[in-house]
Design a protein around this ligand. Structure first.
Ligand code: AMP
Length: 351
């Protein structure tokens, strides 16, 4: 159990790190962030920052020395330099390795009984042609690594259209398109003793591959499939000996929940838990990595809508506060460019 005043290192300096640091500060911990980025929005609420390249071994070792525990908010942190952190790293690096490659991730989850969309690896044009012959269209070509918020993805409607698509110069996979009825995620926290807690699953609606809204209550098809999805998520967390918050995304279909992807971290579809649950995903991640008991995850209002604020909409975001039920979170990003997540609102309804 980490004593009050201990230092938590966060790899990555984006909004997830910012919200983790706020939760940590409330529990008497100080956070320092490590990120090579010019803009580190977690810095506003961190005691210190290390602005260094990921592969700067000296800086990473010094970061470890300054911390009592180190976690991440960004799952594309290169794994090799993290060896310098040894046991300080929580969760362990296996979760990162698994989630950084869509192929590894799908194979791992299939091994535990999960059902992903049909997929094939694509390293060249012949692979794509063969994949489309086997799986059919429509489908999505995705890079195996580095993708998030719909980046590194190309939708393909027909074999003819595929001929005009440039094959990415990094390994990719082709996935059959799932005609889902709804999307949802399972967000859990696993403690150091293996205890696991789950938040309610929201109905997630995406726009252009990026989450737009998360809503409760979720439609019946989601509620009916959450149990099976949680069973899989529980197995994933146990198999990885995971400690902290873990997210698995699913498509709810007529054939049950189809696994989409996992994020070994707090998740955008869990931002609502700051106001909408007895304990937020951020607070429980901090509790888990610091060896504290996990908090109650129950939802405190019958209705909730979390809405992302993207791009220039951030410039008028304060107008959302004319509704007294709406809580506003802005992430402190300087440039409100198209497609950039700038903040979110959460509105709870009690009747
Ligand atoms: P991802 O980054 O893989 O989670 O993809 C972002 C979003 O694109 C998902 O949340 C879905 O809305 C959509 N999407 C991705 N893969 C598929 C698929 N195989 N079938 C249908 N929609 C998909």
């Amino acid at each position: 159990m980490l004593k009050p005043g201990s230092t938590i290192g966060i790899l990555g300096g984006g909004q997830l790190g910012r919200m983790l640091a706020i939760a940590a500060a409330q529990m008497g911990y100080r956070c320092i962030a490590y990120s090579p980025e010019k803009e580190i929005v977690a810095a506003d609420v961190c005691a210190d920052i290390f602005r260094n390249k990921w592969d700067d071994a000296q800086a990473m070792a010094a970061f470890g020395q300054a911390c009592d525990v180190v976690t991440w908010e960004f799952e594309n942190v290169p794994v090799a330099p993290l060896g310098a952190l040894g046991e300080l790293l929580v969760p362990n690096a296996r979760a990162l390795e698994t989630a950084q490659d869509r192929l590894n991730e799908k194979r791992f989850v299939e091994g535990l009984g999960g059902k992903p969309a049909p997929y094939a690896t694509v390293d060249n044009r012949a692979d794509l042609t063969a994949a489309i012959e086997r799986i059919g269209t429509p489908g999505i070509l995705k890079t195996r690594g580095e993708g998030y918020d719909g980046k590194g993805q190309w939708r393909i409607q027909s074999a003819y259209e595929a001929e005009g698509i440039a094959i990415p110069d990094t390994p990719a996979i082709y996935e059959g398109f799932i005609e889902f009825e709804a999307e949802f995620s399972v967000i859990l926290a696993r403690g150091q003793d293996g205890e696991m807690v789950f938040w309610d699953s929201t109905h997630n609606v995406h726009d252009g591959g990026m989450l737009a809204t998360s809503t409760l209550p979720a439609p019946d098809i989601v509620t009916a499939q959450v149990g099976e999805a949680r069973d899989l998520a529980r197995q994933v967390a146990d198999a990885l000996r995971y400690v902290g918050v873990l997210t698995l995304e699913f498509f709810a279909t007529g054939n049950g929940p189809v696994f989409n992807e996992m994020a070994p971290r707090v998740h955008n579809s869990g931002h609502w838990t700051i106001e909408g649950a007895a304990t937020s995903q951020f607070a429980n991640h901090i509790r888990a990595i610091c060896g504290l008991p996990l908090g109650d995850t129950r939802t405190i209002a019958p209705g909730m809508v979390m809405r992302n604020i993207v791009g220039k909409d951030a410039n008028t975001a304060h107008s959302a506060l004319s509704d007294p039920a709406t809580q506003l979170h802005l992430y402190g990003k300087a440039r409100a460019t198209d497609g950039r997540k700038m903040g979110h609102t959460t509105a709870l309804t009690f009747d």
